[in-house]
Design a protein around this ligand. Structure first.
Ligand SMILES: *Cc1c(COP(=O)(O)O)cnc(C)c1O
Length: 424
């Protein structure tokens, strides 16, 4: 087919070894939780297109908001200029973010949101005349693919070629059940042995690691250790933000709030690339000075793009509707029911649920690497059966758009059970 032929000739895809990969599927159209390829085959988008799409594909409300903005002010530079969509979005976000968050910095994807937070934590101490160069991160963390974000990420094959070229990052174990104390102890030890500027973490759910989950109390304890030692804390909510964990943000489960928060992915409802890093006044004040050298010299061309802001405003309004909040509860209840049903299956190692996220670790007898043959067989089985799921090694997870129907969910569950029977 023409599209695939030209794709193969012209295009380099993300995370793809072109020599061995299956050809991509050409998608022609999307509506709600469904996608159709150019042959008319239907797929349920069970992972919300890499976790970005909460309200369904080709959402009319978002499309109208974007069109209206495009036809009044599509873009304007943000250095020395401002506009109503950015300001209105800032008001809306600050209302739903933890109370200590007071300032917003715009960029255009999850990696840049993280990059900004890491640079700010290093420069915060520089501006105060202190040299601190170490960032603390979880083992198996994922924070993006730009250099500082990649340095903070702990999944080896994303970073293998670049070892030795990174900023200084020290890792601690994730405080999963039973490992909490080891994680606290490791954090105390890292802080006492290094000049630590900041601790970056995915709050409650580590997405790319395979939806690894831990409890709010553990994160509260880690943040409190950092606070006692004057180490800044960065919640990377790029995946977890905007309802995924059942609340607006995963940090809403905490009693101690982080100093910085990164959001992107679902921010614009999956329509336009955009990201925001948010800060306390205390951090902003460390850059506020007569001295130009204390300013944050960071920016991106499409910073605070008005069309992205308009999409975000419409998206946050959708998230706050009673209907959408009810969907979050409904999906969580369906997941819990399914988890209960399947947890004793002889091929299930463990099932995890938080909000709209469900993850199943499949027993395979071996540790499956991220892109193992077993993983590829699972992926192909789901695609063949019209379900888009991207297993991580032996972990199958669901993170659907919030408008997915009970019937569509039931079909995904049914296919997972069938995969457990069939794919060895
Ligand atoms: C996806 C993701 C990122 C990177 O976002 P990009 O938009 O792909 O650069 C960073 N952190 C987390 C937790 C993510 O899930």
């Amino acid at each position: 087919m023409e599209i695939l032929k030209l794709d193969q000739e012209n295009i380099w895809h993300p995370y793809t070894q072109h020599k061995t990969a299956m050809p991509p599927i050409a998608i022609a159209r999307g509506e709600g939780a469904l996608l159709w390829d150019t042959d008319g085959k239907e797929y349920i988008d069970a992972i919300a297109s890499w976790w970005v799409n909460p309200f369904g594909h080709s959402n009319k409300v978002l499309a109208d908001a974007i069109y209206a903005q495009l036809t009044s002010l599509e873009h304007v530079l943000f250095g020395g200029f401002t506009h109503k969509p950015a300001v209105e979005l800032s008001e809306m976000l600050l209302k739903i973010l933890p109370e200590n968050q007071k300032k917003l910095f715009f960029s255009d994807n999850g990696s840049t949101a993280v990059e900004v937070a890491i640079k700010v934590s290093l420069q915060y101490f520089f501006n105060k005349g202190e040299k601190r160069t170490t960032i603390i991160a979880f083992e198996d963390a994922f924070h993006g693919d730009t250099f500082a974000a990649m340095a903070a990420s702990g999944i080896s094959f994303y970073t293998l070629a670049f070892q030795g070229m990174f900023i200084d990052v020290v890792r601690i174990p994730v405080p999963i059940k039973g490992q909490e104390q080891a994680s606290y102890d490791a954090l105390e030890k890292v802080i006492s042995g290094h000049n630590c500027a900041g601790f970056i973490f995915e709050p409650l759910v580590l997405g790319a690691a395979g939806m690894v989950m831990y409890e709010p109390e553990a994160l509260d304890n880690l943040i409190q250790i950092c606070r006692r030692n004057n180490v800044l804390t960065i919640a990377d909510e790029v995946m977890t933000g905007f309802g995924k964990t059942g609340r607006n943000f995963a940090v809403d489960y905490l009693t101690t709030q982080p100093d910085m928060i990164c959001v992107s992915k679902a921010l614009t409802g999956g329509t336009i690339p955009m990201a925001i890093t948010t800060f306390t006044n205390e951090i902003f004040d460390a850059f506020y000075s007569e001295d130009i050298n204390k300013a944050l010299f960071h920016g991106h061309t499409f910073t605070a793009n008005p069309t992205g802001c308009a999409a975000s405003i419409a998206s946050i309004k959708l998230l706050q509707t009673e209907q959408m909040q009810a969907n979050l509860v409904r999906i969580n209840q369906q997941h819990l029911k399914f988890a209960d049903k399947i947890k004793n299956h002889n091929r299930v190692e463990v099932v995890r649920v938080r909000g709209v996220i469900l993850a199943i670790e499949i027993k395979t007898g071996a540790t499956e690497s991220y892109y193992s043959d077993f993983r590829n067989r699972l992926y192909a089985f789901f695609i063949e059966n019209g379900i888009i799921l991207r297993p991580v090694g032996n972990i199958v997870y669901i993170l659907p758009p919030y408008i997915i129907s009970d019937d569509q969910l039931a079909k995904i569950y049914e296919m997972i059970v069938l995969a457990l029977e069939k794919i060895k």
